[in-house]
Design a protein around this ligand. Structure first.
Ligand code: SF4
Length: 361
């Protein structure tokens, strides 16, 4: 029940869950390990399966890019890791920061980890900063929460050091200004300064460059990389833009309809993709070597599915040029299976895609 509304059983409202796939872990030395994570929202219309059996890990000094269209479950995954979802969200699975499990952790304990050991850069800097407080005070607050005994002088120096680190000139004066006195790129730098204020081991960056022009995007990504070089932190970079991950990620996880479609090293994803959705995303990127008018941008036909009425079998089958329909693709959910040492794909034909003839789109 939600309030006085009866919720229909989940099994009547969408395809049943497949058995959990073997988790795609690459190392025992992980800082963050997510295992069979599921997030559901029970609504009047049915159960929204926003994240469905997602597993991955991130090592120190590594950048994992999570890519997918809007509504693919990227941001909900990051919010679930940090315990930031509303209470009506049904979260299951396991999330380990080092040896500590976060999903079942008491809220007070989780608050000690959040912002200190695992921090997040949110996508909308203007909405995330409080307009009525000075930028320096907001960064100082983030430091004081985890260091209540820090002295005034030390706090001021630390704020200036952080602003300087993210490339904001005249940090002492800028700390006295309000968010509206900063440009979009500078506000995003302030957000980065806040998120790294306690030198977290894991930094989750949720669309950190959305709404910024490409020059500022590059500068913000450079700041994040510089910080990683200094702290050896693990970065989870969430974006809808494959171009952003191309320059900075070590590995990439592609999500579709709340599930993992593919996971692999940056070279595997860009040069040997083993999932038709990844191929579609890559083909839809603008390329400088396309010169003729006929050489049009590729598009993936159709729309992402509703997360209440996820298609049976493979959720991508209504849009997939390689689908065997009717057949295995609309009847059986593909497991997320290991193809190479560091590459996984949820496609029945992952190893035969090159031999298959795609349908016209
Ligand atoms: Fe396409 Fe079938 Fe592979 Fe799904 S399982 S991606 S529908 S070929």
């Amino acid at each position: 029940m939600v309030g006085d509304r009866a919720i229909a059983p989940a099994e009547l409202l969408g395809p049943p869950y497949a058995p959990a796939s073997p988790a795609p872990f690459v190392s025992s030395e992980t800082l963050l390990r997510v295992q069979n994570l599921k997030v559901e929202f029970h609504t009047d219309e049915g159960v929204v399966r926003a994240v469905d059996d997602v597993s991955f890990d991130v090592r120190p000094g590594e950048t994992l890019g999570i890519v997918g269209e809007s509504g693919s479950g990227k941001s909900v995954t990051s919010m679930a890791i940090l315990g930031l979802l509303p209470r009506y969200a049904h979260v299951s699975g396991e999330v380990y920061y080092r040896e500590r499990e976060l999903i079942t952790m008491k809220p007070k304990e989780l608050r000690n980890i959040r912002g200190k050991n695992i921090a997040m850069i949110f996508q909308d800097a203007l909405a995330s900063l409080n307009p009525v407080f000075r930028v320096g005070d907001q960064i100082a607050e983030a430091i004081k929460v985890h260091n209540p005994d820090i002295g005034r002088r030390e706090l001021h120096d630390r704020v200036c050091e952080l602003l300087d680190l993210v490339g904001i000139p005249n940090p002492s004066e800028r700390a006295q200004q309000y968010p509206h006195e900063f440009s979009g790129g500078m506000r995003q730098r302030v957000m980065i300064a806040m998120s790294i204020s306690n030198e977290p081991d894991v930094l989750i960056a949720d669309e950190p460059t959305t709404a910024l022009d490409v020059t500022i995007q590059a500068q913000v990504m450079e700041v994040i990389e510089r910080i990683q070089d200094r702290t050896n932190s693990a970065i989870v970079l969430i974006t809808h833009d494959l171009g952003v991950v191309a320059g900075v990620a070590d590995r990439v996880m592609v999500m579709y309809a709340g599930r993992q479609a593919e996971l692999g090293s940056i070279d595997q994803i860009f040069y040997e993709p083993k999932h038709p959705y990844t191929r579609g995303l890559l083909a839809s990127l603008p390329r400088l070597d396309r010169r003729t008018r006929d050489d049009r941008l590729h598009r993936i036909k159709g729309q992402p599915p509703s997360l209440i009425y996820v298609p049976t079998g493979c959720p991508f089958h209504p849009r997939c040029p390689y689908a065997e329909v009717p057949g295995v693709c609309d009847s059986t959910r593909p497991p997320f299976l290991q193809i190479e040492t560091t590459q996984w794909s949820a496609c029945h034909f992952a190893t035969e895609l090159d031999e298959r003839e795609p349908a016209e789109t």
